[in-house]
Design a protein around this ligand. Sequence first.
Ligand code: NHW
Ligand code: EN5
Length: 401
Amino acid sequence: SHKFWDTQPVVRDIKDELEKGVQALQIASGKEGAAEKTSGYIKEQTVEGIRKEPYPLPAGFEWCVLDVNDAEQLDMMYNLLNRNYVEDDDNMFRFDYSRDFLKWAVCPPGYKVDLHLAVRAQKTGKLFGVITAIPQAMMVEGVKVEMVEINFLCVHKKLRSKRLAPVLIKEITRRVNLTGVFSAVYTAGVVLPGSIGCARYYHRSLQFKKLVEVGFTRVPSNQTMATAVKLNRVPSQPVTNGFRAMEERDVVGAHKLLMDYLANFKVYPFLTVDEFRHWILPKNKVVNSYVSTSADGTVENMCSFYHLPSSCVKHPTHSHIFAAYSYYNVATTVPLKQLMNDCLGQAKAEGQDVFNALNVMENDKFLHDLRFGMGDGNLNYYLFNWKCPDVQPEEIGLVLL
Ligand code: NHW
Ligand code: EN5
């Protein structure tokens, strides 16, 4: 019942598929216990075999690329997303990625303008759809695979349910394939074919009263507003010795700390030092990162969060909730819980109303004790054209923006 996804190189139902595979192998080899190889391309392709012409668009629309270093084009992308991108299940909040954030998110080392793809009206130039791809090598069960990360798929509300999304996906796939890359990774709140795992969102209130006012959270029935506010206080000074903002001099050491740590997971990004610098070094109102080091400057602990506010779609007085999202965290000389409590304090000091985290990596170790509550949203992880058995959230070492 997926007219588009049934035609794509994704694993339809992993359990189904594995059963079929095992049965087929058993029949073919005439012996039991043989298992299908679980990594590799679903569909083998070469650049030569890729279609040379862009896919056709409905009459009146044309392809264009977005140069986000041009203020006007960045504005167009920002406005399309700000008005039409992801909302929660009750349409109360909508992601409001800032312009600086968007620039950072789509321009890592090696990015290609050609993969910042949009659909516009021929006459007016107005944007109606967007999708982006950025290069990122991924480690999947010990195998390094060149991939792209897909993000910011958006179709204007006025053009929904007209099958424009499959055209955007096919065209970005074609353009990525022409660069010699045949696999992709992405996340989505919705369930689609190709899912390799599912994580949960958790939320830690930092400005409890405001979050109640906007309907993001409620006062528990066994608490008053005053007790709830008290319970959600965070330390204004970090407890971890030498805790400070990450700087350029920390990059090489923090990169090694993170990559050694990520090797514990089944799926994680293979970051070069330059990519690490791009994604983790602090950028005002975009990403914050902190370290603590030994006396000789060896990075022993790091934590980070990115800034993703949401517009309050219907609220008369509050226009936004300011949210920090847990990013990459590694604790080697202090408990992870302590490091993350310090991180909560920093997020609050940075003006954030809520701190969000997924139950990926070792986050389960601190979510309960640091007073995070389970949200109503899921995050499904997907691979396009790469086989991978199901992974549990704690086996995922990847956070996408
Ligand atoms: S997830 C955020 C996606 N964006 C939003 O939710 C924003 C609000 N919604 C919209 O703008 C992060 C529209 O509803 C969208 C769908 C555009 C979502 N992913 O045009 P139609 C990402 O950016 C399928 C993939 O009529 P629409 C990751 C749906 O199942 N597929 O729908 C993006 C159906 O196919 P089916 C999605 O509502 C990853 C078809 O689209 C989807 O007007 C993209 C219906 O199309 C989603 N989030 O527009 C894949 N939502 O087979 C990348 C719906 O079921 C793949 N659909 O009939 C890899 C590409 C690169 C490969 C390189 C080797
Ligand atoms: C692409 N890279 O649903 C990502 N957010 O829980 C795109 N809920 O904020 C995919 N509905 O639970 C994005 N408050 C998928 C997520 C889409 C956005 C989304 C959820 C995640 C969310 C909040 C607000 C719900 C408003 C009503 C929520 C309750 C928190 C509370 C904390 C204290 C203990 C009880 C629960």
